[in-house]
Design a protein around this ligand. Structure first.
Ligand code: DQA
Length: 144
């Protein structure tokens, strides 16, 4: 049976395309999810993509991934820098996690330089836009 990956996007990522295009580019989330689906098919992975602006919803999906998915790719948006609860949920389910950021968070404001999620991630990809999600799928595929 195909290994399954959950791809989560956090707050404000539903605004991609419109949101600060000089930082995040002009790709919409729908376009990124289509790229993810294409890459997953190429790799023989099953994939489920979800987005929420709500921390608790993201935590519910992370918890539900236990027994349903084999790995998680997450762009937690601003929750990366604030959410100990998302950190704890990812740690609790114990699945391999790849963290993705469209922008290079280290070239930006100091408050974006720390991520609670990085502490529980196998790896972090940032600054490569939509390509980061494709690379994360490839990396996770090698881990699974
Ligand atoms: C982001 C970077 C975060 O600092 C920011 O809050 C986001 C998007 C990125 O993909 O570059 O919402 O995660």
């Amino acid at each position: 049976m195909a290994k399954s990956v959950l791809v989560l996007n956090g707050p404000n990522l539903n605004m991609l395309g419109l949101r600060e295009p000089q930082i995040y580019g002009t790709d919409t989330l729908a376009h990124i999810e289509a790229l993810v689906a294409e890459e997953a098919e190429r790799l023989g992975l099953a994939v489920e993509c979800r987005q929420s602006n709500h921390e608790g919803q993201l935590i519910d999906w992370i918890q539900q991934a236990h027994g349903e998915h084999h790995g998680i790719i997450i762009n937690p948006g601003a929750y990366s820098h604030t959410s100990l609860a998302i950190h704890d949920a990812l740690k609790a389910v114990g699945l391999p996690v790849l963290e993705v950021h469209l922008s290079n968070i280290f070239k930006r404001e100091a408050f974006r330089h720390h991520s609670y999620v990085s502490l529980v991630a196998v790896g972090v990809i940032c600054g490569l836009g939509a390509t980061g999600y494709r690379l994360a799928l490839q990396a996770l595929n090698e881990k699974l």
